[in-house]
Design a protein around this ligand. Structure first.
Ligand SMILES: Cc1cc2nc3c(=O)[nH]c(=O)nc-3n(C[C@H](O)[C@H](O)[C@H](O)COP(=O)(O)OP(=O)(O)OC[C@H]3O[C@@H](n4cnc5c(N)ncnc54)[C@H](O)[C@@H]3O)c2cc1C
Length: 389
């Protein structure tokens, strides 16, 4: 098969892009260095705009059956309930955020890619070099077992190869980076709390705790456990959760924990010549708020439209890719600002801050027009479709 697009990286974004190109009959080579999907706990929430995309791919029913719909988020301040965010205020076909671990989503997308008529998936192959010419691009790939190299030429290359993107480096695109101060620990564990499919945000004067249902009777806990690189937790994590929330999370084994200090990055440009960046290769934001993967999935939808238009209708690629860059930078900035604001709000410290936040949350979840806006905000159904365009 001589591909029309080479996609580097089969994370959620590269897989989705490949499936969207397949739907349009575009011959696609998808290159991924991992032979199996990573088990690391990352994204868990699939937002309504992403569910729209999966509906278009005929995957919506399978994903819905595998996930847990989060319809409401209960918010507490200093263990006092201050409001409930109801996603039904968003309306539409998906009045919820679907809780589905990223690894599970990736496995299902991989299976769909294997069934796709126009996609060749090569796992265990790594992209090692890139050469861009006037009307094509060449990617050098290496078989990670035999160490054999191969050069593949295609009209377009999409770098979906994550935050340390080699495609981005090969293009010489500079990246603006920022690191935030709060440090968090998250853990996915068996759920014996009896909370069922309820999600909860527990704010407090010093340490927020978030808790989300997961499929298979599990629950994710996210706790602020430090600042910068240092943890400041003086007691076992389970005890912190118990005291902050009044809920017993049960034992949280060390291997279920993952610490992270959020950061943000943005590539100065999303394309150069015939090579385009998509998902975390182009940008990244704080995981607090659950938007990084979903913003990447919206990139994939936007980029697929641009590539299909050029490949099917002809014309110059530069204006289409420039339009992709412009739209997606705008969406990224909106989502990243939201993520930073949500994280700052949740980590305000002190009794006064706690009182102000409690009043603010109660107001945002109060009158229906404001509640609706807040629900659209958290479900990424806002900015007049800018996030999904
Ligand atoms: C702790 C944490 C929690 C998160 N929680 C959420 C959340 O709740 N909601 C949310 O929306 N987002 C969340 N995110 C963000 C989300 O995980 C990422 O945005 C998402 O993984 C980006 O997908 P991607 O496909 O762009 O990149 P990746 O998932 O990084 O995939 C890139 C792929 O490219 C492959 N690759 C890399 N280089 C090469 C190469 N040279 N050749 C071949 N293959 C290559 C890699 O093996 C990988 O499979 C979280 C992130 C973290 C770290």
């Amino acid at each position: 098969m001589s591909p029309q697009v080479i996609v580097v990286g089969a994370g959620p974004v590269g897989l989705t892009l490949s499936l969207l190109l397949d739907r349009a009959g575009v011959r696609t080579l998808l290159v991924e260095r991992r032979t199996v999907v990573g088990a690391r706990s990352m994204a868990i929430g699939v937002t309504p705009p992403s569910l729209d995309t999966f509906h278009g791919l005929g995957l919506e029913e399978e994903l819905q059956a595998a996930g847990v719909p989060i319809r409401e988020v209960e918010v507490f301040e200093a263990r006092r309930p201050v409001g409930t965010l109801r996603f039904r205020a968003v309306g539409g076909a998906y009045p919820y955020v679907l809780a589905l671990p990223q690894a599970d989503l990736e496995c299902r997308l991989r299976e769909a890619v294997k069934r796709a008529a126009h996609v060749e998936l090569r796992t265990g192959w790594e992209a090692t070099a890139l050469r861009i010419a006037e009307s094509e691009a060449e990617v050098e790939i290496r078989d990670m077992v035999s160490q054999r190299f191969e050069g593949i030429v295609a009209p377009f290359v999409a770098g979906c190869d994550g935050p340390r993107s080699r495609v981005r480096d090969a293009l010489g695109v500079p990246v603006a980076r920022k690191r935030y101060r709060p440090r968090f620990t998250m853990a996915d564990v068996a759920d014996g709390t009896g909370l069922g499919d309820r999600a909860r945000l527990h704010f407090a004067a010093d340490r927020p705790v978030e808790s989300f249902p997961l499929p298979g009777g599990c629950r994710r806990w996210v706790v602020r456990t430090g600042w910068g690189d240092a943890d400041d937790l003086a007691e076992p994590l389970e005890e912190t959760i118990r005291r902050r929330t009044g809920v017993d999370p049960g034992p949280i084994p060390a291997e279920a924990r993952c610490g992270f200090t959020p950061s943000r990055h943005l590539a100065r440009r999303f394309h150069r010549g015939r090579a385009v960046l998509c998902g975390d290769a182009a940008h990244g934001m704080s995981p607090i708020g659950g938007q990084g993967m979903n913003t990447g999935l919206a990139d994939a939808a936007c980029l697929a439209r641009a590539l299909v238009a050029v490949l099917h209708d002809g014309g110059r690629s530069e204006p289409r890719l420039q339009d992709y860059h412009r739209r997606r930078v705008r969406s990224f900035r909106a989502a990243a600002a939201r993520a930073a604001l949500g994280m700052a709000l949740g980590t305000w410290r002190g009794v006064l801050a706690s009182t102000v936040r409690g009043c603010l949350v109660a107001a945002l979840l109060g009158p229906p027009p404001l509640h609706r806006r807040t629900a659209r905000w958290f479900s990424m159904r806002n900015f007049s479709g800018a996030v999904s365009s």
